[in-house]
Design a protein. Structure first.
Length: 159
């Protein structure tokens, strides 16, 4: 069975957001195995410098990379990534599943992802030109992936 893995940095503090993610992951489980790995954000001082942020991202990156399977098709969410319609992303995912039985999505901390994680990705994805709170992005991504799986399977969820 195919697997979708979500690797995210940071915790969902609000119950309504964690409930939404849980609901979409439950729905996704009808199409594939779903794994969710939630990693801690590196500690930063108040008003961190660019070098402190870079060091924190590199620390987070090492942990992220340790959870990414070599065989997985890796998708990193980042602002400089490519944007797709739901149908286009569904096509990408369908092609990715033809290459690997596992697709791994990575959402970095509020400061983003280090270059090593971005370089390891097979695809850099931007969901929107808008900026979203890190925690809300987890909901948006899980719903978007659920929508894509419905498109691939030809159900009526996507209209």
């Amino acid at each position: 069975m195919a697997t979708i893995k979500f690797i995210t940095v940071g915790t969902l503090k609000e119950k309504y957001l964690s409930d939404a993610v849980a609901e979409y992951e439950k729905r996704l489980s009808g199409f594939c195995k779903v794994e969710s790995i939630n990693l801690k954000e590196a500690k930063l001082p108040q008003g961190p410098s660019q070098s402190e942020i870079k060091k924190a991202l590199e620390e987070e990156g090492k942990v992220i990379l340790s959870h990414m399977s070599e065989r997985a098709y890796k998708i990193a969410l980042c602002v400089e990534g490519k944007q797709f319609s739901s149908e286009e992303l569904a096509e990408k995912l369908e092609r990715a599943f033809s290459l690997s039985s596992e697709i791994c999505f990575v959402i970095g901390s509020s400061h983003g992802l280090c270059d090593a994680v971005k370089s390891a990705a097979d695809l850099r994805l931007s969901v929107s030109k808008l900026t979203f709170p890190h925690q809300l992005m987890r909901v948006i991504l899980s719903e978007s992936v659920y929508r894509c799986m419905n498109i691939i399977k030809g159900t009526k969820y996507h209209k």
